[in-house]
Design a protein around this ligand. Structure first.
Ligand code: GLU
Length: 287
């Protein structure tokens, strides 16, 4: 067991529906990793996108987590309450010349954004998004499960949106600003977000803050090979079988099973057993 008194970890669900097994794996992985390092763990509800937010889903997720023994160490943070902080960060980036307006329709660039508006200097009179001007760079990350990963600007990622045309703050900006505010030292989440890492690292660099370590867990794939998600109507986890769900998540992450029907007992034993080198080094794994 490592003893890292400053470890801060988090689970950051978007309340677009109740928890499914894929998000439970991310919750348990982040919790066990934090606790095994004697760190703090908190929950942040990423309710940044009102059109996608399902009413009551935040509360439902928190209840599902609590039924599995997973309770935040700090009062739960809601991103919808933090808009001023995101605006402040935008002003800083704007002042430093890191942002530009972009009114390209989304559909006009299905792949990497080619930087069409970078030199257009739009007047700001028409609705436009704000993009982060990355510049030539290569980002390297030593992910604690996926290993060394390198992304090159212009090949693997491009200038990305930090404020949307519809007036909403973008995920990339909000997640970084909140992880900085909450002093997160290690991000544990699903491997579907590995590709977001270089963009987030660029924001950390621009703000002069050291980026956290990352540990990307394999995504849970359904029989069709697709990631379980709320959008594909993954089955909602049944909290009446919390102990079984926990053991299933432990098995998925290649951690030993715990013979108990009490979630708290399972979690405390799983903390002691937790070994990141047992986690499958895969982007996705079928259930
Ligand atoms: N809110 C994001 C999601 O539910 C996760 C953000 C993160 O862990 O960085 O997919």
């Amino acid at each position: 067991m490592t003893n890292h008194p400053h470890y801060v970890g988090r689970f950051a669900p978007s309340p677009t529906g109740p928890l499914h097994f894929g998000s439970l794996v991310a919750a348990i992985g982040s919790y066990l990793d934090a606790r095994s390092a004697r760190g703090q763990w908190f929950i942040r509800v990423e309710d940044l996108d009102p059109p996608r937010t399902v009413r009551g889903a935040g509360r439902h997720i928190l209840k599902q987590l609590a039924d599995h023994g997973l309770v935040s160490d700090h009062p739960v943070v809601y991103q919808s309450q933090r808009l001023q902080h995101f605006d402040n960060a935008l002003s800083i980036l704007q002042t430093e010349g890191r942002l530009y307006s972009c009114n390209c329709p989304r559909r006009s660039y299905p792949g990497l954004y080619p930087g069409t508006c970078r030199t257009r200097e739009l007047s700001g009179s028409q609705p436009s998004a704000l993009r982060f001007r990355v510049g030539e760079t290569t980002i390297q990350q030593k992910d604690l499960v996926q290993g060394a990963v390198t992304w090159t600007y212009g090949k693997d990622f491009g200038d990305f949106i930090v404020h949307r045309k519809d007036g909403l703050h973008a995920y990339q900006l909000a997640v970084v600003i909140d992880d900085i505010a909450q002093k997160v030292t290690r991000i544990v989440r699903g491997a579907d977000l590995l590709s977001a890492t270089p963009m987030q690292t660029c924001l950390y660099n621009a703000l002069g803050v050291q980026s956290p370590e990352t540990l990307h867990l394999p995504m849970v794939l359904g029989r069709d090979g697709q990631k379980l998600s709320k959008q594909t109507h993954a089955p909602v986890i049944n909290t009446a079988s919390a102990a079984d769900n926990l053991n299933q998540a432990l098995a998925f992450l290649n951690q030993p099973a715990i013979a108990s029907d009490n979630p708290k007992t399972i979690l405390s034993a799983a903390i002691k057993n937790w070994r990141t080198d047992r986690i499958p080094k895969l982007m996705g794994k079928t259930l």
